[in-house]
Design a protein around this ligand. Sequence first.
Ligand code: CAA
Length: 285
Amino acid sequence: MSREFTKVGVVGLGTMGAGIVEVFARNAIDVLAVEVDERALERGKGFLTASLDRAVSRGKMAQDDADTLRGHVTFTTDLADCADCQLVVEAVPEHLDLKKRILSTLDGIVGSDAILATNTSSLPVTEIAVATADPKRVVGMHFFNPAPVLQFVEVIKTVITADDVFEDIKALAERLGKKPVVVGDRAGFIANALLFGYLNHAVSMFESKYATREDLDAAMRFGCGYPMGPLALLDLIGLDTAYEILDTMYKQGRDRLHAPSPIIKQMVSAGLTGRKSGHGFYTYA
Ligand code: CAA
């Protein structure tokens, strides 16, 4: 029998985590939204509020529905509150040790039938899984940014993931209105393995002053029909996240395509992380 998911946890309420919380709550699933401290919790609440306010102001959602959605979300700074969650998805920054620590802690908190999922974009799910006492119940559940909008979800099955675990997660993704695919544990899975070489190449063209940011983005929007150009997309993803993904993919494959263009790290050091900080390749109000 497949699992019922009536209460799930999301750990980490950055751009991705807050979006994932919204996806669950939009589908009437109770969500425990967990952050490390009050400050981070407030920031995560802010992301959710901004997204709902935007939907209401555009007439896409009634205020009552936004309130109902919000009623499905409980905020906490205590991981132990996840004890009765049937699934916990971690969406903390892309640092392997941090993810391993969180999943191994959760492993001692949730019930024996619960699933632990990581939203990692590029780190090895197998290594995260084996940090727990029960790696069979660990799976990748990789959403795309903005999570409430984009339909694709990669379900990452390691050599040790139990069949019922990835099948239940795939069925859950379908219930959330997504189009899941099951993939193996390879750096970047499918989408990021294809995407990040292209993004990195665009940055190197910008860095070498071969083309302006506007022309690079216009080429891909108007010449290829992409919804946004590569530099605008990097601002959306976050330069810090993009750097971590490229660096992981480079270290795993040692291919020049993914060696992060130097300016990415420099921009991260300078706080120019993209939309979330108000400054990246572009400036945001
Ligand atoms: N949260 C919730 N909803 C959002 C949103 C957000 N952050 N951003 C946009 N939307 C919604 C809008 O409300 C709007 O909804 P309606 O159609 O119901 O009105 C819809 O999305 C379209 O938004 P806009 O009209 O404002 O702008 P747009 O048409 O240019 O679309 C976009 C914006 C959806 C971001 C689109 O440009 C797009 O799809 N860009 C490409 C994004 C992409 O490639 N993402 C993948 C990144 S890689 C990744 O995520 C993997 C990883 O591991 C890092």
